[in-house]
Design a binder for this molecule. Structure first.
Ligand code: PHE
Length: 451
C-alpha cells in the first residue's frame, strides 16, 4: 500500500480541521433546501425514516471507506483509485470510480450553483425589505418572479460560480477554513432560533408529525431511491469529494470517529431545517409538496412575522449561501486536483476551466425554471433530470463500487492499518456492511426503484 504521509495539495493541520472541512462539504443546500422539499414531495415520516436508515447503515460505512481510500492514495480521486488499484495489482478500470465521481461532481456543481444563486439573491431581497408584511401568496409571487427571470438567475449563478472557483484556485486552507469556523456555528444558532419560532406557531404539531409519523403506504420504490440518493448527496458521498478531503487528512487520525462526527452534524442540521420549515407550511396553509421553492417561500414568511425579521432573515440567507459555498468547493476539488496532478496546469487555470464549463452547463438549469419548463424528459425538466441522474443513480453507484472495492478487493490487514479503528467488533461489522449490506442494499433499491 502507498504509505504517503503527505499530498502535493497540502494537509489539514489536525483532525478538527478535517471535521470542519468535511462538515462544510456535507452541510449545504442538501440539508437546508433539498431535504425539506423532497421530504414534502415524498410524503413525510416514512421517507425520513428510510433516509435515516440509509445514512446509518450505508452512508456512514461508505464514508469511512471513502475517506480511507483518499488517505491511502493521497491524490485526487482519479489518481488515488489508479494508484491504489495498481498497488493491489488490480485492473486499472477501478479508476472508473474516480472518473464517474468527477463527472457527477461536475454535473452537480452546474445546478448547485444556480440554486445557491437563489440564496444569494434572497440576501438582497430580504435585506431590502421585500418580505416585510409578507403573506403566503406574496412570498410565492416573489419567488415565482425570480424563477421567471433568467437574466437574474444567470447573474447570481455567475457570481456564485466565481466565488467557488476563487477559493478552489487558492487551495482550501487559505480561505474558507477560517470563515467556516465562525459561520457554521452561527448557522446552527439561527436554525435553533427558527426552530423556536416554529415551535410557537399553530402548525408545530402537524409539522412534527408530518416529519416523524411513519406511514408506510406513502413509500414508493422511487421514494426509497430518492432517500438513498439523498443520503449520499447530503454526506457528499460517492463522487470523490470526501475522498479528496481524505487525501489531505493527517495519517494518525482515526477515521471512524471523525466520520461519525460529520454524519451526526449533517443529520442534525437537516432535521432542524425540516422542523423549522414544516410548521410554517402548515400554519400558513401552504403545500408541503411545493418542490424546490419550499424553503424560499416558507422562511421569508416566518421571518416577516418575527421581530427584527428582516435582519435575521438576511443573516440566514447569508449563512445558507456560505453553507452552499463550502460544499461547492468540494464538488470542484476532485476535478481541479486531478488536472493539477495529471495535466500539469496551475490551480487557477484548472479552476477556471472547470468553473467555466460548469457555468455553461448551469444555463440549462437556469432555463429549466422558465423558457424550458415545458421541455421534459420522462416527465423531468433539465434540472430535475440532472439532479435525479447524479444524486439518485451516479452517487449510489459510486458508493456501491467503493464498498465493493474496500470490502472485497483490498486486503484486510491493509484496510485495518489504514482505517485505525480500535474496536475489533466495530471493524468486523463495518467490513461486513461493506461486503454485503451496502452493495446488496444499493443494488436492490436501484433495481426496484428504477423499473
Ligand atoms: N453535501 C452537499 C449538500 O448537502 C452537496 C454535495 C454533494 C457536496 C456531493 C459535495 C459532494 O449540500
Amino acid at each position: 500500500m502507498a504509505a504517503e504521509q503527505s499530498s502535493i495539495h497540502g494537509l489539514w493541520r489536525n483532525r478538527w480541521l478535517f471535521i470542519l472541512a468535511a462538515t462544510g462539504s456535507a452541510v449545504g443546500l442538501g440539508n437546508i433546501w433539498k431535504f425539506p422539499y423532497i421530504t414534502g414531495e415524498n410524503g413525510g415520516g416514512a421517507f425520513v425514516l428510510v433516509y435515516l436508515f440509509c445514512i446509518c447503515l450505508i452512508g456512514l460505512p461508505v464514508m469511512v471507506a471513502e475517506v480511507m481510500l483518499g488517505r491511502a492514495g493521497r491524490q485526487s480521486p482519479i489518481n488515488t483509485m489508479t494508484a491504489v488499484a495498481k498497488d493491489l495489482r488490480l485492473h486499472r478500470d477501478w479508476a472508473g470510480i474516480g472518473w464517474m465521481g468527477a463527472i457527477a461532481g461536475f454535473l452537480i456543481l452546474s445546478f448547485y450553483s444556480v440554486i445557491a444563486g437563489w440564496a444569494l439573491s434572497y440576501i438582497f431581497k430580504m435585506g431590502g425589505g421585500a418580505f416585510e408584511g409578507a403573506t403566503a401568496e406574496s412570498s410565492g409571487e416573489i419567488f415565482g418572479a425570480l424563477l421567471a427571470n433568467p437574466g437574474e438567475l444567470l447573474t447570481w449563478h455567475t457570481i456564485f460560480m466565481v466565488l467557488t472557483i476563487a477559493v478552489v484556485a487558492r487551495g482550501v486552507n487559505a480561505g474558507l477554513e477560517k470563515a467556516i469556523r465562525i459561520l457554521m456555528p452561527l448557522l446552527f444558532v439561527l436554525l435553533i432560533m427558527l426552530l423556536g419560532y416554529a415551535l410557537s406557531t399553530d402548525g408545530f404539531d402537524q409539522g412534527f408529525s408530518f416529519l416523524f409519523n411513519f406511514d408506510a403506504s406513502k413509500l414508493t420504490g422511487e421514494s426509497v431511491v430518492v432517500a438513498l440518493g439523498h443520503a449520499f448527496f447530503t454526506l457528499s458521498l460517492g463522487l470523490g469529494a470526501i475522498m479528496a478531503y481524505g487525501a489531505y487528512m493527517p495519517s494518525d487520525v482515526s477515521i471512524g470517529k471523525t466520520v461519525l462526527a460529520v454524519g451526526v452534524l449533517d443529520t442534525v442540521v437537516a432535521l432542524a431545517a425540516g422542523l423549522a420549515i414544516f410548521p410554517i407550511v402548515f400554519a400558513n396553509g401552504m403545500e408541503p409538496g411545493a418542490g424546490p421553492g419550499l424553503l424560499f417561500q416558507t422562511l421569508p414568511l416566518a421571518f416577516s412575522q418575527m421581530p427584527a425579521g428582516t435582519v435575521f432573515g438576511t443573516l440566514f440567507f447569508i449563512l445558507v449561501a456560505f453553507a452552499a459555498w463550502s460544499s461547492s468547493i468540494s464538488l470542484a476539488e476532485p476535478v481541479v486536483a486531478w488536472a493539477v496532478e495529471s495535466k500539469g496546469v496551475s490551480r487557477i487555470k484548472a479552476g477556471a476551466w472547470v468553473g467555466f464549463s460548469a457555468w455553461i452547463l448551469g444555463i440549462g438549469t437556469v432555463l429549466s425554471f422558465n423558457h424550458w419548463s415545458d421541455v421534459t424528459f420522462m416527465g423531468k425538466t433539465f434540472f430535475d433530470s440532472l439532479d435525479f441522474l447524479t444524486a439518485n443513480i451516479m452517487l449510489p453507484l459510486g458508493g456501491l463500487m467503493i464498498a465493493v472495492f474496500v470490502g472485497w478487493k483490498m486486503k484486510e490487514a491493509d484496510v485495518m492499518a489504514e482505517v485505525k479503528m480500535s474496536n475489533p467488533v466495530l471493524f468486523e461489522a463495518w467490513r461486513l456492511i461493506l461486503k454485503y449490506v451496502a452493495p446488496v442494499g444499493i443494488a436492490f433499491v436501484l433495481w426496484n426503484g428504477l423499473q
